[in-house]
Design a binder for this molecule. Structure first.
Ligand code: NI
Ligand code: MN
Length: 220
């Protein structure tokens, strides 16, 4: 699979049969070409995660997957959706996923309730990884580590609205991951970090910090 960081909490994953976006808020990647996107996963309804999901789904026919209330809201815009709940694996062919709890809030910019916020664990081509969405550090991460054994985690590190660097380092231990991809930092002043601090602390735990450059694709 190919993994591209699109800034903030947005990623593109290309499998054999799918082109997947997670939380497509693309202010850091304004020239992103969404042609061929088949699936969009949205962790919660806040604008910096919903991003351009509805517009991209309208343009490409991509299916939006998210918590029931979030999916229902999107469906009003005439897009394909799959409204899900926490805790059940779903199989999309060459990948599967499960929604897991996130400790945060979820409402649309017009105030509509977005259901509970979530993260996702994906299994793609023999890899298992966890995208935490927006969340505080929480003990569910121990459960995610024990049950789903992710190899890698995309964790928010910016603080203010989510975990900060110290909490993300603790999360990486509870999750038992070997690689940590930081996200949700430096987009705004309120979530500015010293990324070298993250790098050092993750290395001190014997884990691999994977600091992805925006728009650059890696093969996993
Ligand atoms: Ni949020
Ligand atoms: Mn956010």
């Amino acid at each position: 699979m190919k993994l591209t960081y699109l800034g903030h909490s947005a990623f593109e994953i290309v499998t054999k049969e799918h082109k997947i976006l997670i939380d497509p808020f693309l202010v850091k990647c304004p020239n992103y070409n969404p042609d061929g996107v088949t699936d969009i996963f949205v962790t919660h309804a806040h604008g910096d995660h919903l991003g351009s999901a509805i517009e991209i789904a309208q343009k490409t026919g991509a299916r939006i997957t998210g918590i029931f209330e979030l999916a229902n809201y999107c469906a009003k815009f005439g897009v394909r959706t799959n409204g899900i709940g926490l805790g059940a694996w779903q199989d999309y062919g060459d990948f599967k996923f499960i929604a897991v709890p996130a400790f945060h809030s979820s409402s649309f910019s017009d105030g509509t309730y977005g259901g509970c916020p979530c993260g996702f664990v994906f299994e793609v081509a023999g890899h298992s990884f966890y995208h935490a969405g927006d969340t505080s550090l929480n003990s569910e991460m121990k459960v995610i580590g024990e049950l789903y054994e992710p190899d890698a985690a995309m964790l928010p590190i910016g603080g203010t609205y989510t975990m900060d660097i110290e909490a993300a380092v603790q999360a990486s231990e509870w999750l038992g991951v070997t690689a940590v991809i930081p996200m949700h930092y430096d987009t705004f002043d309120a979530i500015k970090v010293d990324i070298s601090d993250f790098e050092r602390q993750i290395r001190e735990k014997g884990k691999m910090p994977v600091i992805m450059k925006i728009g650059v694709t890696g093969e996993i």
